[in-house]
Design a protein around this ligand. Structure first.
Ligand SMILES: Cc1cc2nc3c(=O)[nH]c(=O)nc-3n(C[C@H](O)[C@H](O)[C@H](O)COP(=O)(O)O)c2cc1C
Length: 359
């Protein structure tokens, strides 16, 4: 083992903040991880190009170290709203409970991915990562031309091979344990792509020559040690960072992650239209019949947006998408530096920088 991968990224330790779009996508958390010697990655999928540029500028004001930006690969096109009316009718009772207007599909479904890419190119980010697909060859060339190191998300060995073949610099092997959306893109068979990192990481490491980043269920030194034993060159940790002091997520979300309910997570389509893992809650349970009927992402995501926003303001966790991985109960309310130190303890001494922030 060596820390060649960390050196290539010009970071101290090969520990990444997993990109997390939504509430957690804020500059202070990203910068705190980079400042602690890891790689902070901004989940920018829901940010407008202007907000994306402003957040990158804020990250740069908080750290001089490398960081990453992550986007959902969603080529612009016509979205299929079938099923939205039926779902809106079923959701009306929740809007009434929250005291907000009846649900309706907004005209603004999502941010424009190609405009987001333009912002990333303009900002010349050191690392660019992505999920839900692979950017086109011309976008890949442009990003490389702008000096970005590219990382793509794979949930199967086939996806890892595909990413390497398209010239991606590192593969994030996202295990079934992972919180948030599944990155699966080569097949519609999301169930078939639910492979735990114990099985996925060694197979991906055998199948590709580029560095493999393990993501899913890693929350302490034991997980880090295991991931490296399986053939990973870095780890990407999401859920465990959500409860840190620097994380900008709501108290209701933090409580749900550290409470006993977080022992039960599930993969659902009812919040966004795309399978994602989160703490089981009332909306997931009661809307179960829409698991297959919910319109495809991003339609359902747009349809549930008002409900989720109001629930956040009112501290009603039963209506929030509480994205979390299967190791959520290991989360603690402590600082990024403390969590980074815990994770660093799992690195082999040949990989670990001598002291946090040593480079
Ligand atoms: C709240 C949340 C939001 C996420 N958003 C994104 C995202 O925008 N882009 C992405 O590639 N992965 C996203 N993920 C997946 C993570 O990058 C990563 O795969 C996952 O957090 C790893 O599992 P863990 O949460 O058990 O550590 C998200 C995960 C969570 C928990």
């Amino acid at each position: 083992m060596s820390n060649a991968f960390a050196r290539r990224l010009q970071i101290d330790n090969p520990i990444f903040l997993a990109p997390m779009a939504g509430e957690a996508a804020k500059a202070p958390l990203v910068a705190a991880v980079s400042n602690a010697g890891g790689l902070g990655v901004l989940g920018a999928g829901y940010l407008s190009p202007e907000k994306l540029l402003a957040t990158i500028a804020e990250i740069r004001s908080l750290t001089s170290r490398p960081f990453g930006v992550n986007l959902f690969v969603m080529e612009p096109g016509v979205r299929d709203p079938r099923g939205a009316d039926e779902m809106a009718r079923a959701m009306a009772r929740y809007h009434a409970e929250l005291g907000i207007e009846a649900p309706a599909l907004p005209s603004h479904l999502e941010e424009n991915y190609l405009q987001q890419i333009d912002a990333v190119l303009q900002a010349k980010v050191p690392v660019f990562s992505f999920t839900f697909g692979v950017p086109s060859a011309s976008v890949i060339d442009a990003l490389k031309g702008a000096g970005a190191f590219l990382m793509g998300t794979a949930t199967t060995v086939d996806e890892a091979i595909d990413l390497e073949a398209r010239g991606i610099d590192a593969v994030v092997a996202q295990g079934a344990e992972a919180g948030g959306h599944r990155g699966t893109y080569l097949s519609e068979d999301f169930n078939g792509a639910m492979i735990g990192i114990m099985a996925l990481v060694p197979q991906v490491a055998d199948a590709v020559h580029v560095p493999v980043v393990a993501a899913g269920g890693i929350a302490d030194r034991r997980g880090v040690r295991a991931a490296f034993a399986l053939g990973a060159s870095a780890v990407s940790v999401g859920t465990a960072f959500l409860t840190t002091i620097e994380s900008g997520v709501s108290d209701a979300y933090k409580l749900a992650l550290t409470g006993p309910g977080s022992r039960k997570t599930g993969v659902t389509r009812v919040f966004s239209g795309r399978p994602a893992r989160g703490v089981r809650n009332r909306f997931m349970e009661e809307m179960h019949e829409f698991e297959s009927a919910a319109p495809m992402y991003p339609v359902t995501n747009a349809l549930t947006r008002d409900m989720r926003r109001a629930a956040g303001q009112q501290g009603r966790a039963e209506f929030l998408s509480l994205w979390a991985g299967q190791a959520a109960p290991l989360s603690r309310n402590w600082s990024v530096a403390q969590l980074m130190e815990e994770l660093r303890e799992g690195l082999d001494p040949s990989v670990r920088a001598s002291s946090p922030g040593a480079a």
